[in-house]
Design a protein around this ligand. Sequence first.
Ligand code: GAR
Length: 191
Amino acid sequence: MSRVKAAVFASGAGSNFQAMLDESDLACEIVLLICDRPGAAVIERARKHQIPVYQFDPKQYATKEAYERELVTVLKKARVEWIFLAGYMRIVGSYLLHAYQGKIVNIHPSLLPDFPGKDAITQAFAAKVDKTGVTIHFIDEGIDTGPIIAQQTVDMYPDDTIRSLTKRIQQVEHKLYPKIIKQLVQNEGEL
Ligand code: GAR
């Protein structure tokens, strides 16, 4: 039986994408990488694993709906059922959300609702909190506001730098995201 097909959306380095590829038991097959930043390092990771890449430049389209219509065509053609955002630094619009209702998941490097948006790790560091963490959630039309699926706390130490804190948060992300993906896919969206 063929496995459920998933696409990953990413804009940057792609360490979470890599963690999914390195997981031998993800319960789904990543059949497509969608990247909105031509030249992003994540593209090379996909190429090394022979995963098709769909690159697009949002600036070339008049509206968000215009590029999302194209993305949905590409996703449906590849029979994608799940979308995992992994460092995709763009708000998903209503067209894509409705096409994949309840099937788009994001990872965010803070304990939401604290520190949504960009630079969550820097925000937590500047706030001198003693705990931050990682959140995995379904997305909705807000910025990092959808229903929470899982959270894991990461301690912040007095001698932490943004770099050391980022490293510790990403170590948690790389374990937690593949684990939650597997559970979601196996349970068809229920945990
Ligand atoms: C990850 O830490 C992810 O949580 C964060 O971007 C990083 C991407 O790293 N996402 C957000 O901030 C979303 N608001 P990666 O490209 O190495 O996976």
